[in-house]
Design a protein around this ligand. Structure first.
Ligand SMILES: [Ca+2]
Length: 198
């Protein structure tokens, strides 16, 4: 009987010890786990085929949030996507902004790349916008839709780098053109630079 009790007590101590060992390892990380950058291709949720879902500030697009104005999530078949089926018009009824926060390692350099085009349906030829990191402007972009169609969007690649300041970084894309025809983005990728990138 007494042996059995000791045995149970030792087992309990071992479990407690294992928990204590696991605890400091997690705490030493210094921050709670945040999500990784995700769905830069705007594939979720699904917008209706051959149409689009209008979204306004306060609404989400999977891991993205619409943080200002309005945008349109473009469904499969409405126009060419750069990757997958869907893409994002940064203008809904007017200019809009989307943002996503994700885990970063402070002091580490990251590369952001994305595909850029413009809504060819109307409006001024030049579609302009900005990519921001933690609210700071990191890249102005523009796209001329002259000669472009829904079946020939003419996506171009854009890229920039940033050094993470904190354990979480917020990437935003905002339109700086008025009206309902905005810059179109797709295939946003964030990658840690090892050891450097261009
Ligand atoms: Ca896509």
């Amino acid at each position: 009987m007494s042996f059995s009790r000791v045995h149970v007590a030792v087992a309990a101590l071992l479990v407690a010890g294992a928990t204590a060992l696991a605890g400091p390892a997690q705490a030493a990380d210094g921050h709670r786990a945040l999500s990784r950058f995700d769905d830069g291709s705007f594939e979720t949720p699904k917008a209706p085929a051959n149409a689009f879902t209008p979204l306004t500030a306060g609404q989400g697009i999977g891991p993205w949030a619409v943080t200002a104005g309005s945008v349109d999530l473009i469904g499969v078949g409405f126009w060419q996507a750069a990757e997958g089926d869907q893409s994002l018009d940064l203008n809904g009824s007017g200019s809009g902004t989307v943002a996503q926060s994700f885990t970063t390692v402070p002091g580490t350099t990251y590369s952001v790349s994305y595909a850029l085009a413009g809504n060819p349906g109307g409006g001024p030829a030049l579609r302009t916008g900005r990519a921001l990191i933690d609210g700071q402007n990191f890249q102005d972009f523009s796209f001329d839709v002259t000669g472009r169609t829904r079946n020939a969007m003419g996506y171009v690649g854009r890229q920039f780098t940033f050094v993470a300041q904190g354990a979480s970084t917020t990437l935003s894309f905002t339109s700086t053109v008025a009206g309902a025809y905005g810059p179109v983005i797709d295939n946003v990728q964030v990658q840690e630079c090892k050891p450097c990138c261009g």
